[in-house]
Design a protein. Structure first.
Length: 385
């Protein structure tokens, strides 16, 4: 349901006059998403068999993008309400600039690690394992592609997608100012263009492979979170029938995603293949959105109204750590991309038994938490005080 524009009586307009308390659910779930993304990126990590993505259509990527949209509504939306399009655009450009160099730094760091690591125990080169052979064979043209975002290997595709989505923000906010329904028309049009392959960004110069994350598809979940946080749109939350439907949908999705059932049942395997366009991660298929929204309903019930259960004394220390990780999502994500490959290399040599895997993953979590606290400390510019 659409509500009044921010220039009238939405929470976004009210925030101009006073600072709104930040919802703990936003950063706590982003923190959880960062930990899940680390596990998902570790090569051949047995723990990855138990992350939510293995039991349904959506995964931590939806959580990260949706919550990033909500966080952007707080940071960028309020700036637009206070200062207008000019300063908003300047801040978006600045943020894109930061993310661009973060992307370049992550690529060069991981590529360097792969080159230094040599070969896996099975004699496969680590360069080959990330499909970077062409880059090392003829780096000149691909360095140009790297800097122009026309060369985006699969492992390095989230940050470029995020940049394009951020660049759409001034357009969406101006559309909202014209009419509350207009940005949703634009969102739907861009999403449909992704579903029908009408537009995409090339990922490599020697083929027609597109970016693994199509920004035109994924912008839908980002701006859904964005306009939900601004109060432009309100989604039904907490009703018993909706909760029952959400739970049923999540349970029904399990046989079409869990590898154990897919391996044992030709019916579910063939059906999962048949609905592949509806669950496509590249284009952000509709079933991914529905699955994510169903999980969000359940998650909100678990943490209670306004996340009150997150403040329970028994879990408050853990919640505080997750919130800190969620608040520093960019440096944590960059660190996770690098650490995931280091963990994979370590496990290749130590073996993937239960103990080495547990030690490696817990060490990775510790590094991400330390990164979050360090980044927060540096952002305070303590040497100036």
């Amino acid at each position: 349901m659409l509500t009044k524009t921010p220039s009238e009586s939405t929470p976004a307009a009210a925030a101009i006059a006073g600072k709104r308390v930040r919802d703990p659910r936003l950063d706590a779930f982003r923190g959880i998403g960062m930990l899940i993304i680390l596990v998902a990126h570790v090569p051949n990590d047995p723990w990855a068999l138990w992350i939510p993505a293995r039991f349904g259509f959506s995964d931590a990527s939806e959580m990260f993008v949706f919550l990033s949209g909500m966080a952007s509504a707080i940071a960028f939306g309020r700036l637009f309400d206070r200062q207008g399009l000019g300063l908003l655009t300047a801040r978006v450009v600045h943020r894109c600039w930061q993310i661009y160099w973060a992307h370049i730094a992550v690529f060069l760091t991981v590529a360097t690690i792969m080159a230094a690591a040599g070969n896996r125990p099975d004699s496969t080169s680590y360069i080959e394992s990330l499909n970077l052979v062409r880059f090392f064979e003829d780096p000149g043209p691909l360095l140009v592609g790297l800097m122009t975002l026309t060369y985006v290997p699969n492992y390095f595709d989230i940050l470029p997608m995020y940049m394009v989505i951020l660049a759409l923000m001034p357009v969406m906010l101006m559309a909202e100012r014209v009419a509350t329904w207009l940005p949703f028309v634009l969102m739907a049009a861009l999403w449909l263009s992704a579903q029908f392959g009408l537009a995409h960004f090339p990922a490599e110069p020697w083929s027609d492979r597109p970016w693994f994350f199509d920004p035109f598809g994924w912008q839908f979940v980002f701006f859904l979170g964005f306009f939900l946080m601004r109060g432009t749109i309100k989604l039904p939350v907490g009703s018993r029938p909706l909760l029952i439907a959400s739970t049923a949908f999540v349970l029904v999705a399990v046989p079409f995603a869990w590898h154990v059932i897919l391996s044992a049942s030709p019916f579910f395997r063939e059906t999962a293949h048949a609905i592949g366009s509806l669950t496509s991660k590249t284009d952000f298929g509709i079933l991914r959105l529905l699955h994510f929204l169903a999980l969000a309903q359940i998650a909100m019930l678990v943490v209670g109204e306004k996340g009150r259960r997150l403040h329970h004394p028994r879990i408050r220390p853990l919640t505080a750590v997750l919130i800190k990780v969620g608040q520093q999502s960019l440096p944590v994500f960059m660190t996770g991309m690098v650490v995931a490959q280091l963990i994979g290399i370590a496990l290749d040599h130590a073996g993937r038994g239960p103990l080495p895997v547990a030690i490696a993953n817990l060490a990775g979590f510790t590094i991400l938490v330390a990164t979050a606290y360090a980044a927060a400390w540096f952002k305070q510019v303590p040497w100036k005080t």
